[in-house]
Design a binder for this molecule. Structure first.
Ligand code: ZN
Length: 519
């Protein structure tokens, strides 16, 4: 009798945080056919163990619903994986050694592209320059990006290929660092000057991109993520995803968000199935705070020249929203500045969008906007780590003034007003790790009154993120009949110092009942 209902997989003795407020905690879970068939105590679940059931003893480990990241640029992440990672390098000598080692695997004309150096960690206590790179790479062009922002060091070969000499003028919003006595470029390029060299780096082949994107998806799963909202940037994304789907190399669920330019016949070539769905269309209303292109209702505090223009007119925005609504896809508006959010709300109200409209990457709010967001039932996809960088890397208080900066990423106020807030990484702009984002949301250096509780931060990456794509009936919490998408952590979350959440490792991930083990 028992064998008829026997589970495929049973987890026992865990600390299961279900994110289902009716039954927040449990010990054990039974899974069959990719779905959860029982959540309860060990005693309640054990009868579902049959001869062929795999049983995992969790010994008190924490189980959460699989994380959902609502903003990932997967192909850009894949491109980054092809680069030499020098994040942990602690001297220029070691940087040189890594480049030299990498050169052994390269041929003469290959570019060496790397990222992640941080001169504050260097024993030499200075930035690297072209001559440091020339010493180990005299023939191959080298470009090594700083740990964040548009800043890099290049060697003489790269300067030569980009035709940068001492007479080359600085581009708008960019600086070519120069030696004080000779005026020759030092190799350090800032802002848009980095593009002068990067545009010379050849595109990887399509085959290489497909291969690395498959690797990127595996890496995403290893961080405990079981669903991503993949923000596509071009038709190449569709082609890559099609290839991977055909080769059955899509291990997690993908909710694809396409740019407006891809709305058309080209999307029909992407077969949609249990793991791939074309979900929404992203409409850009403004740019980014960090680059000074987010549309603000009042000028940036520290510069007059910065752009506060919108990327579309009110009339265009309304027409575009209508077109997306008619296509049956979700309306996802990128609006970062307070002026952009205001314009987005006006247009959503005028068109009367009923099917869960969403604003992505909103950053700067005010009490009036929050009230309107609540009344119009708009879902917000917010990036907590981007928020932290606005303060720590991009000097938000200086650029916006303290009074306005107080309304930058006001997560607690948004939660308390009852707005659905979900979380994304914006990877590769920021790291993928959902536990890092959760830590950023519960521990803030600036305006700590806007810190979330751990439970609220977890909601952003689970149940609220499922709501953001109309899928809360299938996922986002550990409940019977929902998909068996689970993340198992190495350490208990609630007894831990909140500053250490991002150090927790993900031991196992279960997607539709399939087990992935991190070794
Ligand atoms: Zn993005």
């Amino acid at each position: 009798m028992v064998s008829q209902v026997a589970a495929d997989l049973v987890l026992l003795g865990g600390n299961v945080l279900t994110m289902n407020h009716l039954k927040p905690q449990a010990e054990a879970i039974a899974i069959k056919g990719g779905h959860i068939i029982k959540v309860g105590s060990d005693r309640e679940v054990k009868p579902l163990i049959g001869k062929a059931t795999r049983v995992i003893e969790l010994n008190g480990k924490t189980v959460l619903p699989g994380f959902i990241d609502t903003h990932v640029h997967v192909v850009d992440f894949a491109r980054l994986l092809m680069w030499l990672d020098v994040t942990d390098v602690d001297s220029i000598a070691e940087l040189q050694r890594r480049i030299k080692e990498h050169l052994y695997k390269s041929t003469l004309n290959d570019w060496i592209v790397g990222r992640g150096w941080d001169d504050t960690r260097f024993a030499e206590q200075r930035m690297p320059n072209r001559f440091d790179l020339d010493a180990v790479a005299p023939d191959n062009p080298v470009i090594m990006y700083y740990k964040c922002g548009p800043l890099c060091v290049v060697n003489s070969k790269a300067l030569e290929l980009a035709a940068i000499t001492k007479t080359t003028p600085d581009p708008i919003d960019g600086i070519i660092d120069r030696d004080v006595s000779t005026c020759e470029p030092t190799g350090i390029l800032r802002g848009t000057a980095t593009n002068l060299v990067f545009k010379k780096v050849p595109e990887p082949t399509f085959e290489k991109l497909v291969e690395t994107t498959a690797l990127a998806l595996q890496k995403i799963v290893s961080t405990g993520i079981t669903t991503i909202h993949w923000l596509a940037t071009s038709e190449v994304d569709l082609d890559i995803l099609k290839h991977l789907a055909e080769k059955k190399q899509v291990p997690l669920y993908i909710y694809l968000v396409i740019p407006l330019s891809l709305m058309g016949p080209q999307i029909s070539k992407l077969p949609q199935n249990d793991f791939v769905k074309i979900g929404g269309v992203e409409i850009l209303v403004d740019g980014y705070l960090s680059s000074g292109t987010a549309a603000l209702s009042e000028q940036y505090s520290n510069a007059q020249s910065m752009n506060t223009n919108l990327l579309c007119t009110n009339a265009q925005l309304k027409e575009t929203i209508k077109k997306v609504v008619n296509s049956g896809l979700q309306v996802i508006i990128h609006a970062m500045g307070d002026k952009a959010i205001d314009v987005a709300l006006n247009a959503l109200e005028a068109v009367n969008v009923k099917s869960r409209p969403r604003i992505d990457q909103p950053a700067l709010f005010n009490p009036n906007l929050i009230e309107r967001l609540k009344n119009q039932n708009v879902v917000l996809s917010v990036q907590p780590v981007v928020g932290e960088s606005e303060f720590t890397v991009y000097a938000a208080i200086e650029r916006l003034g303290k009074e306005r900066a107080r309304w930058l990423y006001p997560l607690k106020t948004l939660f308390e007003s009852g707005i659905y807030v979900c979380g994304g990484s914006d990877c590769p702009m920021e790291p993928l790790n959902p536990l890092l984002a959760i830590q950023s949301a519960v521990k803030r250096q600036f305006f700590p009154e806007e810190e979330l509780t751990l439970n609220e931060a977890l909601q952003m990456y689970t149940i609220n993120a499922a709501y953001a794509s109309n899928e809360e009936n299938k996922k986002g919490s550990i409940e019977e009949h929902k998909q068996a998408d689970l993340t198992i952590l190495s350490e208990p979350l609630y007894t831990l110092n909140l500053n250490k959440i991002s150090n927790i490792s993900v031991e196992r991930v279960i997607i539709r009942g399939k087990l992935f083990e991190n070794t």
